[in-house]
Design a protein around this ligand. Structure first.
Ligand code: NDP
Length: 325
């Protein structure tokens, strides 16, 4: 059971992916004694460390000439934050009240009268989750042929057959990118018509390496130690078939982790937090960074960069408020 902490923290950081932990490193080095509420493993796609915990090799994070494993990179981020004095609690925030100051944060029972933590400023770095198909083999083979990021993993499938699942702009973008590497890219869509914008559709159709499997859903991802085949079902006829692939990219959308902030922080239509002038949200003293406010770039390095920005914004904010507010 988490303790109730009656002291008012300078800053509490919610989330422990590249954005949250970079913010923690910078806040700790600015002597703000940050507390990171890192979440707790609640499902396979939502856990401390964020989405990089679900990847294997990361070859595009600058500074690692030979690449680094996702979980190892996050362990390094975490250790670096702790080295400078960041406190990290493995708890999930259950409620937050940003309507008065200090801000009030609950972990554990959200109906408890007293909050677990009080803070002058909050950095929201709760990230986003890739939507997953929920079929057998998907989570077992994640990082072993199943991926949710072409930019991160496309390179591993040079001259190999690849499938992309989805029919929106993300799926087309992934397919276009992957066509630079794969021997072929099969775009598998559950309907006979793409959701993607016309211009993206035209680009995909004129790309010789991309072919389409219409009205098809993936029912199972097959492979012992890595992906070898996809089991498909025709959504019109029910006919079943198998497609041999080495890589399977799931691109059916993302969902930002913003449920806690509904009605308090401004969001766009898709639920991403809206920020202005760096990491500022609509509430002074509440800052957002990383994928929770970025539906476009979604890279570890951009998340880390925005975490740095949030920490600097917090520092400026705290400098400007009276000492004991
Ligand atoms: P979208 O929600 O637009 O598309 C999701 C696609 O995945 C749909 O085709 C949907 O099928 C399919 N899908 C959803 N769930 C399942 C499932 N369980 N099984 C199989 N297929 C499924 O998400 P995107 O990530 O593609 O795009 C999100 C937003 O970002 C959009 O506004 C898009 O325009 C934008 N974007 C823009 C880009 C650009 O301009 N370059 C690049 C990437 C994204 P169905 O169509 O049947 O519902």
């Amino acid at each position: 059971m988490p303790n109730t902490d009656t002291s008012v923290r300078e800053v509490i950081i919610i989330g422990s992916g590249p954005a949250g932990l970079t913010a923690a490193i910078y806040c700790a080095r600015a002597d703000l004694r940050p507390l990171v509420l890192e979440g707790e493993p609640s499902s396979t796609t939502d856990q401390p460390g964020g989405q990089l915990m679900l990847t294997t090799d990361i070859e595009n994070f600058p500074g690692f000439v030979d690449g680094i494993m996702g979980p190892e990179l996050m362990a390094n981020f975490r250790a670096q934050a702790q080295r400078f004095g960041a406190e990290i609690e493995t708890v999930k925030v259950s409620k937050i009240d940003l309507s008065s100051r200090p801000f009030r944060i609950w972990v554990g029972d959200p109906s408890a009268d007293e909050p677990s933590h009080l803070a002058k400023s909050v950095i929201v770095a709760t990230g986003a989750q890739s939507l997953m198909l929920g079929v057998p083999g998907e989570m077992e083979l994640l990082g072993h042929g199943v991926s949710t990021c072409a930019t991160c993993d496309g390179f591993f499938f040079r001259n190999q057959p690849i499938a992309v699942i989805g029919g929106g702009d993300s799926a087309i973008e992934e397919a276009m990118f992957l066509s630079k590497f794969g021997s072929s890219v099969t775009l598998i869509h559950r309907r006979g018509e793409l959701r993607a914008s016309k211009i993206m559709q035209e680009r995909a159709r004129s790309n010789e390496k991309i072919n389409f499997r219409w009205n098809s859903e993936v029912t199972r991802i097959i492979g012992e130690t890595k992906v070898t085949e996809l089991a498909l079902r025709d959504t019109l006829t029910g006919e079943e078939s198998v497609l041999a692939v080495d890589g399977c990219f799931i691109a059916i959308g993302h969902s930002p982790n913003t449920g806690l902030f509904k009605g308090q922080l401004d969001m766009d239509e898709a639920g991403y937090l809206t920020t202005h002038e760096g990491s500022h949200t609509n509430i002074e003293g509440v800052f957002a960074c990383g994928d929770v406010q970025d539906s476009l770039y979604r890279q570890a390095i951009t998340a880390a960069g925005s975490g740095c920005m949030a920490a600097i914004d917090v520092e400026h904010f705290l400098e400007d408020i009276p000492e004991h507010s």
